[in-house]
Design a protein around this ligand. Structure first.
Ligand code: KG4
Ligand code: ZN
Length: 337
């Protein structure tokens, strides 16, 4: 069974072909980082226009690399929710057109569940139930995963997502966009204990997250309490200062993500943890999860590094499962932000 997946929920136009829900036959991602960099974040109208320009060439390239023609496909999957509405609509419309014209089943994929499913694309078969953490630019969410298709939401961020905090702190430090990889690389030369930034644990048993206080603490530490936007943009920090702030900030985020995911696993008697989403590409987060899993006797399933940030392989993979389960979507299915 071969499914074409299409992903356009944010600033990556992606298409992939996955076989039997397990084998990534091709995966093409066209990022728009250069278009959004000077704004320090994703501009929805720009993202939408770029998706329109890129979606057909990206699909063609995914099919070409897979050595597959449209006629050899068994289904068309697209991310229908959540994301930027104008961006989602491009991928969903392309998928509907292909599904209708080829007479193939349409599969509607939830982006967060697809990020979790990326862990299955490494040849792993996670032991279930698991606690799943999705850490991305738009979401920081915990789920109890009963099967690859069935997840109960345990909690999520009440303000900024973890990736958003990485992007904003990178902006303060003048490190560019996207901020996650830039912070990770700056942090390598820094001291994690240089600044004792706050960790927001919320209620003792809460599966919710909050990162806006941490972001403000970084801002105050760097630019003072009364800094204006202009001040922030014009200050140039020493490389040592940037490295120390990046390392201390990253450690504060990682502490909370690892601590809360492990606590949730214990509370829900899950013996395994799954981690996916763009921030799951972070080496320090992966290292800390590996240590915590060893200590707690938990099985750990990290999404493969290349499938953490947005891609369509995770969409096509989950699409295969939906198809096998007979969960075809009607052509009237809507994109939902
Ligand atoms: O999953 P993703 O591609 O898009 C959303 O669904 O939001 O995640 C993008 C986010 C960005 O905020 C980016 O800064 C962050 O993931 N990110 C990282 C790393 N690579 C990407 N954060 C920390 N460390 C990284 N290595
Ligand atoms: Zn994502």
């Amino acid at each position: 069974m071969r499914v074409l997946g299409i992903e356009t929920s944010c600033d990556e136009t992606a298409a992939a072909v996955v076989e039997d829900g397990r084998r990534v036959v091709s995966s093409v991602v066209s990022t728009q980082h250069e278009l959004h960099e000077r704004f320090g974040g994703v501009v929805p109208e720009i993202a939408c226009r770029a998706h329109i320009e890129n979606v057909l060439p990206v699909i063609d390239e995914a099919l070409r690399r897979a050595g597959t023609s449209l006629g050899e496909l068994d289904g068309i999957a697209a991310t229908t929710t959540p994301g930027l509405i104008g961006a989602l609509l491009v991928g969903v419309s392309a998928a509907k057109a292909l599904s209708w014209s080829l007479g193939l089943p349409l599969l509607a994929v939830d982006h967060l569940r697809a990020h979790i499913y990326a862990a299955w694309l490494d040849g792993q078969s996670p032991i279930l139930p698991a606690v799943s953490l999705v850490v991305s630019g738009g979401h920081t969410s915990l789920f109890l995963t009963e099967t690859a298709l069935s997840h109960t939401r345990l909690g999520g961020t009440v303000d900024d997502a973890a990736g958003e905090a990485f992007d904003k702190v990178a902006n303060i430090l003048g490190l560019g966009y996207p901020g996650g990889p830039a912070i990770e690389s700056a942090a390598r030369a820094g001291n994690r204990k240089a600044v004792d930034f706050p960790r927001s644990w919320l209620e003792p048993d809460a599966a919710d997250f909050s990162f806006s206080g941490l972001k403000t603490a970084v801002l105050y530490h760097c630019a003072g309490k009364n800094a204006s936007r202009e001040d922030i943009a014009s200050v140039a920090y020493s490389a040592e200062f940037v490295a120390d702030v990046a390392a201390s900030f990253q450690e504060a985020v990682v502490d909370v993500l690892v601590g809360k995911a492990c606590a949730a696993a214990e509370r829900h008697h899950a013996s395994s943890i799954i981690v996916g989403g763009g921030v799951a590409a972070n080496g320090r987060l992966r290292e800390r999860f590996e240590g915590a899993a060893r200590e707690g006797g938990l099985s750990l399933y990290l999404a493969p590094p290349g499938l953490c940030t947005d891609n369509a392989a995770m969409v096509a993979g989950l699409g295969c499962l939906l198809l096998a389960d007979g969960r075809e979507a009607p052509l009237t299915v809507e994109a939902e932000p």
